[in-house]
Design a protein around this ligand. Structure first.
Ligand code: SAM
Length: 173
């Protein structure tokens, strides 16, 4: 399958850390998570290590997010989606009527299509104080933080339109 390189970046654990406390507070018992673009599984590994019940799928293993939904119950979609289809991805998340947390380029906020969906369904943004060095297929995570990203969330009941998060890139992996 021919997936563009920008759609294959993998998220290091420190990029997921800012949503942990919000996922923990979102509901009791804890949200069950579906990662529908799991790639190498970095996000579900990190969330699993932190006590969340997670299931992961990817188009590479035959599950196209635009047509597939797991039979297992889940409460929240958490992923760094393929950026080339990010607007369609947000739309699909809204259609599924679950909570969601999507790590996407900050520029997403400037697009009318995204704004219409955020206005209609609601969105709380978590800004990161540093860029994330995504792990790329060919050059690991050396100097690949080309653009700022943020967590776009829905249904987590953070209670603020914007949250400012600090990320710790010490000991990057
Ligand atoms: C940017 S990578 C992120 C991987 C992982 N979520 C992470 O953050 O470490 C996007 C992933 O989306 C997958 N993908 C692309 N189109 C998809 C689709 N229509 N349905 C499900 N997965 C898709 C790619 O195979 C790739 O693994």
């Amino acid at each position: 399958m021919n997936i563009p390189e920008r759609d294959r970046c993998q998220t290091p654990p420190y990029g997921v850390a800012p949503i942990l406390e919000h996922l923990e507070r979102a509901q009791f018992p804890r949200v069950k998570i579906w990662e529908p673009a799991m790639g190498e599984g970095n996000i579900i590994n990190y969330l699993g290590e932190n006590g969340f019940d997670c299931a992961g799928t990817d188009i590479l293993t035959g599950a196209d997010f635009f047509t597939f939904e797991p039979e297992l119950p889940y409460d929240c979609i958490v992923t760094n989606p393929p950026f080339s289809v990010k607007y369609k991805w947000i739309e699909r998340c809204c259609e599924l009527e679950k909570k969601w947390a999507l790590l996407m380029p900050l520029e997403t906020l400037g697009a009318a299509k995204a704004q219409r969906l955020f206005q209609k369904f609601g969105m709380e943004l978590i800004l990161l104080d540093k860029r994330v060095n995504f792990i790329m297929p060919n050059n690991g995570n050396k100097g690949t933080a080309q653009f700022p990203v943020a967590w776009f969330t829905h249904g987590l009941n953070i209670g603020r339109e914007i949250t400012y998060a600090t990320i710790d890139r010490k000991g990057e992996r």
